[in-house]
Design a protein. Structure first.
Length: 342
């Protein structure tokens, strides 16, 4: 770790670290900035929870705001323990909780938006069907993010760096001799990149992370192959969702357009994954791959929430129609009040 202590930074209060101790210092700048940004996110989350408590009459929304505060605190503690315990598994959990927090914050943004109250439930059966596909897609994306985080936290660089083959094979061998060969080949590639001045920038800082110090192990190879298969499955399911949505809602429906946008993002994400390999894990490309993966998870989660909202409104509309046979005014008023209440 670039900064070995927590909650302090090199013995200083986190918010009072002298600029000359971290500004412009590779590794330290990134890690300390991460801590400061995390603190800002925590503060904003507390403000959000207070604002929801003061302005939103829906109890479940206020509870969601409180839950987001709890989650961001847990996330911060996990980040700190990752430093003090030097445990890669804590880093993996830290990354997973971050994705859950992102989903929660995006959800709060949606349920407090004007769309949430303006929406009208139609196409009940279409959205019920779409919901199931979205759940599978979100699950796949989340597993993909976990696989990617697991690879990063091994600090072993790239276990495979060619595409579409893997070490020149359709499915790479993982016996002891083959893995030893992969390590040797990577060492030779690392030397050639160093000779061509492609490993470090003008200031001597790494710009490619083909190798990060640890050797390739057999399970690292398996992990990347599973990540590749997961990418294919995710892309196939996203295409299926687009086809299904267009058939059920039509290609001009706003929901269909957003689903198509999500497919474009997932295709770009797959492209960034390939680019990460072919660039020998260039730092900027790999970072973009992580960011876009999180964006795909957020958008797919928002689509599921929107679909559930529309299904609920459609069910409420059907209930109101049934009640209207008994009392017109009661039915209409009840339906409107119920929609506003949630």
């Amino acid at each position: 770790m670039a900064v070995p202590d927590w909650p302090n930074t090199f013995g200083y209060n986190m918010f009072l670290v002298p600029f000359d101790q971290w500004i412009g210092k590779y590794g330290i700048f990134e890690e300390h900035s991460h801590r400061l940004m995390a603190s800002l996110v925590g503060l904003l989350t507390i403000i959000l929870a207070v604002w929801l408590r003061m302005t939103d009459n829906r109890k479940w929304v206020r509870r969601l705001g409180f839950g987001s505060v709890v989650l961001v605190v847990v996330q911060g503690i996990l980040g700190g323990l990752r430093v003090t315990e030097i445990n890669p598994n804590l880093g993996l959990i830290h990354g997973a909780v971050a994705q859950l927090f992102l989903i929660m914050i995006c959800g709060i943004a949606l349920i407090t938006s004007s769309w949430w109250h303006r929406a009208r439930g139609k196409d009940y059966f279409s959205f019920v069907s779409i919901q199931g596909t979205l759940v599978f897609l979100i699950s796949l994306i989340f597993v993909q993010l976990l696989l990617g985080a697991t690879m990063r936290h091994q600090h072993a660089g790239l276990a495979i760096w060619d595409f579409p083959l893997a070490h020149g094979q359709f499915w790479p061998a993982t016996d002891e001799a083959s893995v030893a060969k992969y390590n040797n080949n990577r060492y030779e590639l690392q030397k050639s990149l160093h000779a061509a001045n492609q490993l470090y920038d003008a200031d001597g800082y790494p710009k490619r992370y083909l190798s990060s110090g640890n050797e390739i192990l057999a399970w690292h190879v398996w992990l990347q192959m599973l990540h590749r298969l997961g990418a294919l499955a995710t892309l196939a399911l996203a295409i299926f969702l687009v086809v299904k949505t267009r058939r059920r809602l039509g290609q001009t429906h706003p929901f269909t357009k957003v689903v198509c946008m999500m497919l474009a993002m997932i295709m770009a994400q797959a492209g960034l994954g390939v680019w990460t390999l072919l660039s020998n894990k260039a730092a900027d490309v790999a970072t973009g791959h992580v960011l876009l993966g999180a964006a795909c998870l957020a958008l797919s989660s928002l689509l599921l929430m929107a679909a559930k909202r529309l299904v609920f409104l459609a069910e409420l509309g059907k209930l109101s129609k049934d009640l209207v046979k008994h009392d017109d005014f009661v039915a209409v008023d009840s339906g409107q009040e119920a929609a506003v209440a949630v």
